[in-house]
Design a protein around this ligand. Sequence first.
Ligand code: PHE
Length: 534
Amino acid sequence: MEGEKNNNNWSGQLGFLLAAAGSSIGLGNIWRFPYMTGMNGGGAFVLLYILVVILIGVPLMMAEISLGRAAGANPVRAFSLMTPKKGVFTNLSASLLLLGAIVMLVTGNPSGAVIVAVIGAMFLLLGWKTVGFFCGIVPIILLSYYGVIGGWTLLYIVDSIRGLNDFTTIQGAENVMRPILYASGGWKWAVIIAQLGFMAACLGISLAGVRDGIERWSKMLMPLLFVLMCVLIVRGLTLPGAAKGLRFFLEPDFSKLTAGGVIAAVGQAFFTLSLGMGIMLTYGSYLNPQSNITKATLGVIGLDTLAAVMAGIAIFPAVFAMGFAPSGGPDLTFKVLPAAFNMIPGGMGVIWNVLFFLMLFIAALTSAISLIEPPASILVGELKFNRKAAVVIIVLLCSVIGVICALSMADWTNLPEFGKVIQKIWYGKAPGSFFDTLDSFCCNWILPMLGLATTIYVGWIWGSRNALKELREGDTGALDNNIWLLIAGFKAKDGGKDRRYIFTPGILWGFALRWICPVLVLLAFFNCIGVLKF
Ligand code: PHE
């Protein structure tokens, strides 16, 4: 089994908790969640999101971690160890995918048809291993463009300290943002160097190993992240006019809740909790059997949700107090917010900006290092690579793809020939950057598909009963206790050991995993790819 040498597993539950929280708390919490909340009904959306997290996030994360720990191996091995390699589901998926490929070919989408046909053929030949294989590929793609954003945060920090950034007006902030985001003119090299600097930081941490690298840095950086958030929150909330921002972010407006909001919440839960690409599975494989998976999962998800809400409270009061209108995504983070922080009275704008981008850098870094683990563990476990060599290869690969991403953010003038090929393959005639291509390929297509496959594998193929056995290792008996007794704070005397209750957290977990997760994930997937519009 992997993970027996000390540096290749967590020192204990706390190490796992902080590393997994580090993976999940990232750009998704800071630039995606706050804005999504503000636009989708404020507090009402937060409640909806928490419901979705309970229904999908908790069961799926427990499933991934238990599969990883039970297999004690990388995703490719984990997805073949528990059952026969192939079966009805894999054959059915293969047939549907091959059929889909034919339909795509006929409807004039040959490049899409090739991609779908390849995946179908893989299912046919490799069976469940296909899912594990994609857990090795998708993180590499994601890290390639995550590193670009990580580089921007570094550039903002360094240039703010050097006094190069003019955030005094919104136009000034736009003038800072545009050349960086679009890697234009003389900024091209700065953007590439910053992105490579970010990747070098990831490399340094990962090379030090699971315990001495990931765990040690997460234990230092995660508390620092929360301290920075608290400082920014106190500053934001003490500004005159802060209440308007809080109202935009949190005032519940149930009329704004739509079916589309539900689907947005599902997508957000997946992304922010780092689910559906074998990260929690790999992190689970480094976990010892005495650890309580249920508790650890609730801890990770609690911290992630707390961080998302805190980010909103840090951001919107400052934006509204300074009289700006909120916007979404990169615009909010890299333009409106710096301008707002800059205007905070007291002449300390630079400091607020540096603190904010430091927070964003830390959040991105601890997420980025988690993306290296699934592919690294596959290379080590399946292809017998030495861990250091595996990490170096992955980071190099991501850096190269990332540079292409950074250079082609705005348009393809930096790389015209390559641009023509990508445009043709992915977009037909519509314009789109390499960054968007990778983002939509991963987040809209592959993540929900892998998540769906994971729920089916753990819930139906390996079986919720076997998975529950794994979850019981290290559990205090809560999983088999009567849920009403638990909620009311009474513990059954036997600690639930005789399994006579039928309404237990363990049983509810199995139900959610087998029925609720697949349906909701499938709906979200159809919505993302435009088959169903909510
Ligand atoms: N969870 C991270 C975030 O919220 C993103 C991420 C997704 C990181 C998947 C790793 C894997 O930004």
